[in-house]
Ligand binder design. Sequence first.
Ligand SMILES: NC(=O)c1ccc[n+]([C@@H]2O[C@H](COP(=O)([O-])OP(=O)(O)OC[C@H]3O[C@@H](n4cnc5c(N)ncnc54)[C@H](OP(=O)(O)O)[C@@H]3O)[C@@H](O)[C@H]2O)c1
Length: 290
Amino acid sequence: MTKWTADDVTDRTGTTVIVTGANSGLGAQVARVLAGAGARVVLACRDPGKARAVADTIVGDTEVRTLDLADLSSVRAFADGVADDVDVLINNAGVMGVPKGTTTDGFEGHFGTNHLGTFALTGLLLDRVRDRVVTVSSGLHRLGRIDDDLNWERRRYQRWLAYGQSKLANLLFAYELDRQLSAAGRSTGSVAAHPGVAATEGQRRDRSLQGKILAGGPAQSPRMGALPILYAATVPGLDGVCVGPDGLLQRRGHPTTVRTSRSSRNAELAADLWARSERLTGVRYSLARL
Ligand SMILES: NC(=O)c1ccc[n+]([C@@H]2O[C@H](COP(=O)([O-])OP(=O)(O)OC[C@H]3O[C@@H](n4cnc5c(N)ncnc54)[C@H](OP(=O)(O)O)[C@@H]3O)[C@@H](O)[C@H]2O)c1
């Protein structure tokens, strides 16, 4: 059987896609392919200068908008500025293995940026998303644990465990969003994706032994790493699944639906995290049955 590649992305003419973190790595590649397929692509990035530099290299219809997921006022301002419906929201942006620090709103850096920022953005935009929300997680979600200390105030800080927690939260969120959208009778879908291990800025930044061990062998190219995200964003009928690479241990390969940890499928844990995320961000989802 032939493997799915970026050439299989169908014509996107007439659609609008928001890609967070589109100025670098996987997000830039996803933006490039979707714009090349005819979509209007909004590059939602915290540094508009970097985003413009990438947009200038993309052939197609692009727009740069400022979004800092580590600052909920920036997330709100971004959402307020989205005037028209969008077809696909791709929650790609994230920090990886950064030292202990807090977001503008005082949340631990990974949890605040990768999960709470993404949760808030999606909640504020959801009524304007027509087709689907794609949320990018990681195989390292398996390191994560969701407990009472989401902001690492009582646990000894370990950055890759903090990253794992945020990526587990991304998966719990993506699956819970799918359940809530279905229960509300909405046609909008929610799909998770993970790239395996791909050689990007984020992946290279941590040169510690721990980071190298976790990366586990040679990384694939950003082009290959972007495929699961592109597949999740464009292939019909994927609601409530995670798309990742089909190779050994899901580290590399072509996109397919993949299994994720038992914790990530825990609906009770997901509902609890959802309620806490609404309280922490002040963003309440309005998913009443239509
Ligand atoms: N590469 C891998 O092997 C791998 C593996 C598993 C999962 N992932 C996931 O894939 C996604 C993309 O990562 P990548 O590998 O492409 O890394 P990357 O090259 O570092 O890209 C990350 C992007 O997120 C943006 N970002 C970080 N903090 C932000 C914030 N507060 N507000 C808005 N944007 C922010 C970055 O912006 P700046 O350029 O301004 O920092 C950058 O555009 C992440 O969610 C990551 O967890 C990657």
